[in-house]
Write a protein that binds this ligand. Structure first.
Ligand code: NDP
Length: 245
């Protein structure tokens, strides 16, 4: 997918929400979507990081973004419903939702998994996605053509030793993607997942501290898949598991 070339105006007039938009892949996806004409809604935990992305978008002259500060760990269903109402009032429709935020949790033997850690990982990586998607689907129904994208991982497709906690959460994400894709088939909403592949971010550095990050793709380099799935060129793609590399 690295070779897809998006038209400059691919996302003109689109309203797209990106979770974890303050750092790593989510930050680059938000900037890239804005660069291609979208109004982006930046959702994330650290307000300072979101403000920095907001400023970068404004300074570049892209459509004015919006910020939603929200910690997915503590957010309630009502928080998501209120947010959906605000988005509907402000924009009338939502054309794209990139579920990108997630946490790694603790890597290690299955027998050492603590319930507090696994509950936290599932809250952020799965439960928050369920609540956010449930709240936003009605606003996405109002779009001419909407794209719902989940972020998976290589271990969300084939699990490995010591990755249990994170892998189980990504399998749940893939299951959610497939259930929604099947349910909304033939509607205005298509649903797919992306495995970004090894990418130079803070999360990757935490998981592989001994690795040379210079050997990894930068988030900018994996954007073709993120643009492809978000724009009209993927209008017929539904229920697919894509690899960005
Ligand atoms: P980063 O850790 O660099 O960025 C994660 C983003 O998610 C940050 O903006 C972070 O916000 C946000 N986030 C984390 N927890 C919460 C929370 N509780 N509430 C709100 N926002 C939160 O990760 P990557 O960019 O590397 O990863 C992006 C996605 O890609 C993830 O889903 C990851 O699983 C997946 N992935 C990444 C790979 C890689 O090699 N990088 C490989 C395979 C999959 P803040 O900065 O404020 O904490």
């Amino acid at each position: 997918m690295l070779e897809y070339q998006a038209a400059k105006d691919l996302l003109n007039g689109k309203v797209i929400l990106v979770t974890g938009a303050g750092d790593g892949i989510g930050k680059t996806a938000a900037l890239t979507y804005a660069q291609h004409g979208a109004t982006v809604i930046l959702l994330g935990k650290t307000v300072k990081k979101l403000e920095a992305v907001y400023d970068q978008i404004e300074q570049a002259g892209y459509p004015k973004p919006a910020i939603v500060p929200l910690d997915l760990k503590g957010a309630t269903e009502q928080n998501y419903l209120d947010m959906a109402e605000t988005i509907e009032e402000q924009f009338g429709h939502l054309d794209g939702l990139l579920h990108n935020a997630s946490m790694l949790g603790v890597l290690g033997p299955f027998e050492h998994i603590t319930m507090s850690s696994v509950e936290e990982v599932f809250k952020v990586n799965v439960i928050a996605e369920i609540m956010l998607t449930k709240a936003l689907l009605p606003v996405m129904r109002k779009s001419e053509s909407a794209s719902l994208i989940f972020t998976s991982s290589s271990v969300g497709r084939k699990a490995r030793s010591f990755w249990g906690e994170y892998a189980m959460s990504k399998f749940a994400t893939e299951g959610m993607m497939q259930a929604i894709a099947h349910e909304y088939e033939g509607s205005n909403i298509r649903t797919n997942s992306i495995n970004p592949g090894a990418t130079r971010t803070g999360m990757r550095a935490n998981a592989y501290p001994a690795e040379n990050p210079q050997l990894l793709k930068k988030p900018e380099e994996i954007m073709p898949t993120y643009l492809y799935l978000m724009g009209k060129d993927s209008a017929d793609i539904n229920g697919q598991q894509l690899n960005a590399q």
